[in-house]
Design a protein. Sequence first.
Length: 273
Amino acid sequence: MKPQDYPPQEPVSDFARDYNQYVLEKAVQIGGAEENYGPDPYQSVLYFPAPDPDGNVFIMIHGGGWTSGYKEWMAFMAPVFNQDGIGFVSIGYRLAPTHVFPAGLDDSMSGLKWVYDNIEKLNGDRSRLFISGHSAGGHQTSLMAVRRDWQEAYGLPPDIVRGCLPVSGVFDFREGSGLSMRPRFLGPSGNEEAASPICNIQGTPPPFFLSWGSRDFPHLITQAQKMEQALQDAGGETATLELEDCDHLQANLACGDPDGPWAGRVMEWIRGH
């Protein structure tokens, strides 16, 4: 879909204007197939089967402060995974302020359910699903990964997430988390803890690979380091990567560089899990 085909959303910030233009132009060049998992146009997936599949599937959820963004934003990453035999999926979700927590999270779960039920379209293996997201998407994938109380309702196995790889994710919305303002997607007061992945680690978490930029928002670097410790305290396995000289958006763009440090480390990490 093109941006004009979606219901209106809030405009991207000045900080993200060039990023938005670049990733949407790349999406047009790369293509992909799309399907809906719900009635809203945002409730859709964009997917890219690997020409020579190895069974692994990498699922990505876009950022945008929970108020903007499109599944097409993440298409630029697909070639990196496809050329290595890994299927790639980008999940869209409904946005705030029209839809508040847990609407976007529910959509992410439904998108993952679509991948599980349609795994043959990706020539993938249901036991080899890795989830990732940038910024707001990193928040949603991390919350999905650490919780164990939603999978049964969606007809999914409790270990559906083989590994979680948030990029510049948000893990804590409580007071003192470093956020300059309360995100509007949280809706009514009282959702801060329920929406925070660091507060919802249930049992032993799946393996995590956490990334951020060396020039990222400082509070997100601190949050990632605290999340790493919380995951380890719960018995989880973690790996981290700081992307040198990358700000918040450049950290995401680095994920599409086949010769960069992120892609090489991630491919090796996926195959080791």
